[in-house]
Design a protein around this ligand. Structure first.
Ligand code: ZN
Ligand code: ZN
Length: 362
């Protein structure tokens, strides 16, 4: 959608003007995708503060056809050394492109040393990332579809009896990932976590050949990808009738998760959102068993700003997409995490992951 990308470049222009720049050299591929729609593996964009007529897109010869389709609205330069080619082009027209910002987290200014007598290069990290913090409706729609693919895959897996004693963690992970593909995911958002029994007490356990057993907690943390946007959801099941300690831990995490979701609102300090969930777990005497942050932003990257953690700084804004994922992990016994992806809205947040959070015995 060229209009969407044009709107994002227009928003970026405000930050360029504020920073006193003529143009921004964008070299991070996710930022390029965000600003232009291009999904290839080599490109650079020089976004001009004056408008798209002076904005240049560069990629190499492999992507001529693809870039014509994905980026119909910008002038193209074809060169394998895409960023350098755009800086060279700018150096020939220093009146228009004299002050260029570049993404110093991705490139170093030394690469352009010989051009610095013609153009002034300034480190300007994070300008596009700052825009990406607040999602537009096209992005939220992609996130919604990714979350729906994960919800449907999990529903199908449970309905088909896919969580049963004797299956291995790896078999369950592959089954879940295949079902996400069937529901429109292009690839898993990240390496799926399937953790049974004592493994469920390891927050980021990687699936093994261990078999699921009756009485186990089974923790599934997984996501789908749609149009480059990721979903992130964790659900924890019990194989067979839950024991009392399993009910107690589950209900504690569920209550904490609801408290965290309830604290998600425009203007909320991210550390306060973390505290809203963490205090529930601490009050039950399980504070030590929740040793990670409450959540994170999600978008073109599975983990992006803002960080919802005790040490996090800043406030939430409407349109941010974040996860809320408290857990309680009892080493050697098992653990529970419940995670949703949601969008900050005025009033109640919009929940994107809709699978039930009731304790389900399978
Ligand atoms: Zn997750
Ligand atoms: Zn997460």
């Amino acid at each position: 959608m060229p209009e969407t990308h044009g709107r994002r470049r227009a928003a970026l222009r405000h930050s360029l003007t504020d920073a006193g720049l003529d143009a921004l050299l964008v070299t991070d591929l996710l930022n390029i995708r965000y600003l232009t729609g291009f999904t290839g593996s080599n490109a650079a964009v020089l976004v001009h503060a004056g408008g798209d007529a002076r904005t240049l897109f560069c990629t190499d010869g492999r992507y001529t056809t693809q870039s014509a389709a994905e980026v119909p609205d910008l002038d193209k330069v074809v060169d394998r050394a895409s960023a350098a080619a755009l800086v060279k082009r700018a150096a020939k027209d220093a009146a228009a492109y004299g002050r260029i910002g570049f993404e110093s987290q991705h490139v170093s200014v030394e690469e352009y040393e010989d051009l610095r007598e013609h153009v002034e290069l300034t480190r300007t990290p994070g300008l596009v990332e700052r825009l990406r913090l607040v999602k537009d409706e096209a992005e939220i729609d992609a996130l919604r579809q990714a979350c729906a693919a994960a919800d449907r895959a999990l529903g199908d897996l449970v309905a088909a009896g896919g969580l049963r004693p004797g299956r291995t963690e790896l078999e369950v992970a592959r089954d879940l990932e295949n079902r996400m593909l069937e529901h429109g995911s292009s690839e898993p958002s990240f390496a799926s976590i399937v953790a049974a029994g004592a493994h469920s007490a390891i927050p980021h356990h990687r699936p093994t050949h261990a078999e699921l057993k009756r009485g186990d907690f089974v923790k599934l943390d997984f996501g789908a990808t749609v149009d480059g946007y990721h979903s992130d959801m964790t659900r924890t099941f019990v194989l067979g009738e839950p024991a009392d300690w399993q009910r107690e831990v589950y209900e504690l995490v569920r209550t904490a998760q609801a408290a965290g979701v309830g604290a998600v609102a425009p203007g909320a300090e991210v550390s306060d959102v973390d505290a809203a969930a963490r205090s529930v777990i601490a009050a039950a005497g399980r504070g030590d068993a929740f040793a990670h942050g409450l959540g994170h932003g999600v978008g073109l990257q599975i983990h992006e700003a803002p960080s919802l953690a005790a040490t996090g700084v800043g406030t939430l804004s409407a349109g941010m997409a974040v996860t809320v994922e408290p857990g309680v992990y009892l080493a050697g016994r098992g653990g529970v995490r419940i995670e949703d992806t949601l969008v900050v809205r005025a009033g109640e947040p919009e929940l994107l992951t809709l699978s039930t959070k009731n304790l389900v015995a399978v």
